[in-house]
Design a protein around this ligand. Sequence first.
Ligand SMILES: [Zn+2]
Length: 145
Amino acid sequence: MSIIIPPFAPSPILDYNVNKCTLFLISVTQNKMHECSITESMLSLALEKANEASAGKITRINLVVGELSGIVSECVQFYFDAISKGTIASGAELAFETKPTQVRCRKCDNVFTPSDQNWDCPECHEAGIEIVSGRECYMESIEVE
Ligand SMILES: [Zn+2]
């Protein structure tokens, strides 16, 4: 019987509109964090939350990853398997939910999903946009026994 530990308290470190907890913010314009450090942060938070819940085993970790985050899920899973050995998270499955890119037009406030080539606003054809979502990477919940 597994229990789901629900979304954690929201973190205030965001500069854009995400209303769930963000563990780590990865921007393609910042120095890119390696999957290793992301995975280490994720494992330590998952262990902390499981410990608070007096769980014996972590079976699944649900993650939300933005399309623009540059995170390669296979790398995270591979590294996770290695560093979680000997912990209660060993053998846990990582579930990645991909968050699509959304941007807002600075001129008319239209929110849209840009195509690969074209980031201009489809309404007013303005080129000035800000990213609403797509850069995030956070742990949504963990499942424990
Ligand atoms: Zn517009």
